[in-house]
Design a protein around this ligand. Structure first.
Ligand SMILES: [Ca+2]
Ligand SMILES: [Ca+2]
Ligand SMILES: [Ca+2]
Ligand SMILES: [Ca+2]
Length: 248
């Protein structure tokens, strides 16, 4: 093959994958100490990384830009971190953050992937997958106050691992056949797991600990709940409603 033919083949390949290099822009700004990130209607893909005291670097992946650039570092972030991904199949990975106030993430429409790894949230955590089939992973994250994790509509896959929740904890699967896996977590205040409509599956275990009252609600259609090495403090009220299959 001559080099001219090779060049022609590469041009053809690029022509057939126009979306791969057009993954939109995320607008970022700091207002009164709060970092606000807003995705557009394209499939955005970003990393949000704590890189120093009150300093957060946001990096675009797969062609996504931040304020028109490949990456941007935001200083003096000592309030909330709020991320709205907008329409499109978005992906966000949040790592090594110390959030002074709330961490709020919304996938909005589209099949979104939301990943948290190794963060401290000193106030509330709120994650909402939104309308599409979302994947939410919370790993090695410590929340000092209340948490709400919601899949929203359609089938959502949620895995919460190796994390501490000091305040009230609420999980809502919403409509659709959802899957929730909780492993090696500590829930220090009251917890509610509500799977919503759909045939939902839930595994809670691998050393997961509940220090206060907890309620598991399959909530309609055919739901399964499996416990494997789950611990409850003495005197804790455990309510289990509306599961067709339950094992421990
Ligand atoms: Ca988007
Ligand atoms: Ca989205
Ligand atoms: Ca959803
Ligand atoms: Ca559901």
């Amino acid at each position: 093959m001559t080099s001219t033919t090779q060049a022609a083949s590469i041009t053809l390949l690029l022509a057939f994958t126009p979306g791969a290099f057009a993954d939109g822009n995320v607008e970022g700004s700091v207002k009164k100490g709060a970092l606000i990130l807003k995705g557009d209607g394209d499939a955005n893909d970003i990393e949000v990384i704590g890189v120093g005291y009150d300093t957060i670097k946001v990096r675009g992946r797969s062609g996504t830009t931040i304020n028109g650039k490949l990456s941007k570092t935001f200083d003096h972030v000592d309030g909330d971190v709020a991320i709205k991904l907008g329409d499109g199949d978005d992906e966000v990975e949040v790592r090594y953050l110390t959030v002074r106030e709330d961490l709020r993430i919304r996938g909005e429409l589209g099949d979104d992937v939301i990943v948290l790894f190794d963060n401290w949230v000193q106030d509330d955590l709120k994650i909402l997958g939104g309308g599409g089939e979302d994947e939410i992973i919370v790993d090695e994250t410590w929340v000092w106050d209340d948490s709400a994790i919601k899949g929203g509509k359609k089938r959502d896959d949620v895995h919460i691992d190796d994390s501490f929740f000091d305040g009230d904890f609420v999980f809502r699967g919403g409509n659709g056949d959802d899957e929730l896996i909780v492993t090696t977590c500590d829930f220090d205040d009251e917890a509610l797991f509500h799977m919503g409509n759909g045939d939902d599956e839930q595994f809670i275990g691998t050393g997961t600990w509940f220090a206060e009252d907890v309620e598991f609600d399959g909530a309609g259609q055919t739901d399964a709940l499996v416990f494997g090495y789950v611990y409850f403090d003495w005197g804790v009220d455990v309510e289990i409603d509306d599961y067709e299959y339950f094992s421990y």
